[in-house]
Structure formats: structure tokens, C-alpha cells
Design a protein around this ligand. Sequence first.
Ligand SMILES: Nc1nc2c(ncn2[C@@H]2O[C@H](COP(=O)(O)OP(=O)(O)OP(=O)(O)O)[C@@H](O)[C@H]2O)c(=O)[nH]1
Ligand SMILES: [K+]
Ligand SMILES: [Mg+2]
Length: 491
Amino acid sequence: MWRGLSVLASRTTRAPSRLCVCLRSGAQSLAPGSTVFALSSGQGRCGIAVIRTSGPASGLALRSLTAPREPPPARSAALRLLRHPRSGEPLDRALVLWFPGPQSFTGEDCVEFHVHGGPAVVSGVLEALGSVPGLRAAEAGEFTKRAFAHGKLSLTEVEGLADLIHAETEAQRRQALRQLEGELGQLGQHWAETLTKALAHVEAYIDFGEDDNLEEGVLEQADKEVRALEVSLQAHLRDARRGQRLRSGAHVVVAGPPNAGKSSLVNMLSRKPVSIVSPEPGTTRDVLETPVDLAGFPVLLSDTAGLREGVGPVEQEGVHRARQRLEQADIILALLDASDLGSSSSCDFLDTVVVPLAAQRPDDGQRLLLVLNKSDLLPPEGRVPSPGLPPHLLLSCLTGAGLDDLLKALRTQLAAVCGDPSIGPPLLTRARHQHHLQACLDALSQYQPASDLALAAEALRVARRHLSHLTGGGGTEEILDLIFRDFCVGK
Ligand SMILES: Nc1nc2c(ncn2[C@@H]2O[C@H](COP(=O)(O)OP(=O)(O)OP(=O)(O)O)[C@@H](O)[C@H]2O)c(=O)[nH]1
Ligand SMILES: [K+]
Ligand SMILES: [Mg+2]
């Protein structure tokens, strides 16, 4: 008993350090010796512009531009006259901040110059920094890359930061901030620890299973934990599409028979004249796509050609494209003319598109919102136009009646397909995350301690390696480049 436990303890502590070594060696290949500088605030005329440096020559850069005065104390702002180090010409009176490493964003020595935001000031200070020996202009994402290399940010946090910079809607911002705060990384780490513990148990059993000095049920315990982990990974993978949709936008496709008012609805939801509206049926031919913020969710809204048969070749191609786009939809906004439900194109659309979709369980994939437009044309009495119809909403693009209810229904559907970023566990936001989790699960399917313990232990090691790639990137430069490419210069 005693011997077994001490082995367990030593193995559980040793295993994570192996993991760290692999992460660190991945990061070290990125470790730069040079010092970089860039404008970190936006381009163009502005009140204040922030220029920063990172690297060992940052202190020299600060002294060169602020001589003869002493640099300010660490992490406190001070007003200084900036001069060109060669000509001595005054450039601006600026706030300067000195962040000695490792307590800085990148982990290296950093300086921030908060200058007046005129283009001549900015270019003058950048030029002055370029003249300091050992300094060069930063590449896109280089500050963040250095922060990753020095262990200041994990890869999932880097991705969260990129998403936060690009977030255009409230829900995107919430999801990105959670990822930047490290929630996804912590979850990955928790999973990796479970595997480390299970591995320690299996290895102990390999070494000491024959003696009966090992705690009883060690293998069963490992087995239980691995199976529970599998269930958890599978649940996250099932949810993976939601986080990705929230990151890149849910596909909402407006479809219906000709003249139902599809283009009118798209223009109303996007608040701009995306599509031509006319009384002539068959106006829209191509798929017209526009990004919109619907109730805080990012949406790619598509207008499509009215679905009908027996038309000329150009409109037929439009109908073909509309059907293709329908297949890619996360949410289908099926639109009909409420005053024209008896027409053959309305009946066809109801039979071939609406009824089959309405019969699906909502978790099975595409979601349907049936909307009867032109409610203003209905007689004031007898508002329900056709009793056998699946659940639907009434709308008038002409008067705006019913729009609030439609937006509310859309919000509910969007929250279901994108996930609500403010509650529940953090979502997988990229195909990369999905890939590593799937690889981990695949490895775990080889974990069969009943048949071969050595192979089972190897399966756990492989699975744990895949999880470490979630936050560590797996050391491949291409993946890192792909992620850092999302950043602008100065970030
Ligand atoms: N009365 C009334 N007319 C509407 C309403 N919505 C749209 N219309 C009119 O219906 C006609 C067709 O509208 P569109 O938006 O072009 O319809 P569509 O479904 O895109 O048509 P296609 O692209 O040809 O398939 C236009 O004359 C619109 O002004 C509505 O709520 N009430
Ligand atoms: K039309
Ligand atoms: Mg149209």
C-alpha cells in the first residue's frame, strides 16, 4: 500500500512537468532577441496615439528619446519632452511609461509613448525609434507573439484577444472576453490533469499490480475517470458548431415563393437597401449576402430568388442557387404572402420546404421560422389565414407591424444555434479546438486497459498531448502564423 501510493505521488507530480517542457520548447523557438516598435493605437488623426516598444533595447530607446532626463519609475506615467536622438530636434511632449520585464504585456522590457495623435508627430517618433541601435519595426501580431513566447498568454487566450479586437457584436465580445480570461484554457488544463492522474494510476498498476501492495481499485478508478472525460469531450464537440457560429456569424436565409417580400424583409433587417424590391415576381436572381447584427448576434443574412418552376434559364439558375443556399442555412426564414397562401407557388413552398422542416426536431440541425408577410392586406376580421399551417408569425414589411415579435423569435433561435456566451461552459470557437479534442477522443478510443495495459498507457499519453496542443499550439509554426496573422501591426 505505502509503496504504491508514493509511486503515485511521484508520477502525478512528474507528468505535468513533462507537459511544461514540451510547451516551453515550443515557445522558445519563437523567443526573439531583437527589440521592436510600432504604433499600437489606430491609424489616422486622433487625440492621443500610443507607440510602444518591446525587447531588451527598450530602456535604451526610452533614454535616447527622453535624454537628458532620467527614465520615470517603473509603471508610472511621466511627462517628458521627446527629442530625435540624432538631431536633438523636439518631437512632442508626451506621457511615457516604463514596464521592465517580466511584468509587462509581452514579458520583455516595454515602453509606451502616449503622444499627440497627429500624423507628423507619430511618424517623427517612429522614425526616431528606428534610429536607435537594435530597434526595428514590429510585424503584425508580434507583440502578442512575444507574450505567447514568454508564457504571458496561452494560445487560446491569444485567440480570444484576436477575437476581442475583431468583435463586432455584443455576443461576440462576451465570448471573446471569456476566452481571453483563460476559461477555455483552464478547461483544457483540467482535462489534461484528469489524464495525467489516470496515467499515473495505470503506470503504477503496470509496475506494482502483481504485488498486492497497491491500493485496491486503482485501475477501476482510472477507468471511470477516463470514461467520464470522454463523455465531457463528446458534449463539447457536439456544441462546437455553436461557438464557431458565434465567432463567424450564423447563416440566416430568407426564402419563399416569388414576391412574398423577401427582399423587403432583408432590407428591413439590415437597415440598408441590399436588394432591389419591385412588384415584378422574379426580381432577385443571385444570392445576396449581408452581415448584420441581429439582437447582438452576428448574422450573415442571405436574400434568395423566389422558388418556382417553369421559368427562363436565368431565373432557373437563381432558383438553383437559392436551394443550395438553403442547405447551408442555420436558420431559415420562410416567408409567404399572407394574402396569397392558395397560389400554387405558395402551396409548393409549404409542401416541399416548410412542412418537412417543421417536422424536424430543432436539435436536428436547421431551424425554421415561418413568417406570413403582407398582413396589412388581410381583412381586419379572420386574422388567421389558414388553420392547418405550422406555427407562424404575422408581419407587414409595409407597416412594420409584427417586427418586434419577429426579432424576439429570431433572438431565441440565434441563442440556440450560437449558444449564449454569458452562461454555461466556454465554447470551442475554432476548428482548431475541435480538431485537438477529436484527436484526443480518437486516442482515448484506444484506451482498453483490460486487454493491454502498456497500450492503454500510451493511449493516455497521446490523448494528453493532443489536449496540450489546445493551449500550447503543438509547436507547429504554421498554426501559430495562422493565428497571429489575425492581428494588426502594433498588437
Ligand atoms: N402590401 C404589402 N406589400 C409588400 C409588403 N412587403 C413587400 N411588399 C411588396 O411586395 C412586392 C414584392 O416585394 P419584394 O421584396 O421584391 O419581394 P421578393 O419576395 O423579394 O420578390 P422576388 O425577389 O421577385 O422573389 C413589392 O412591390 C413590395 O413593395 C407588405 O408587407 N405589404
Ligand atoms: K419582386
Ligand atoms: Mg427579391
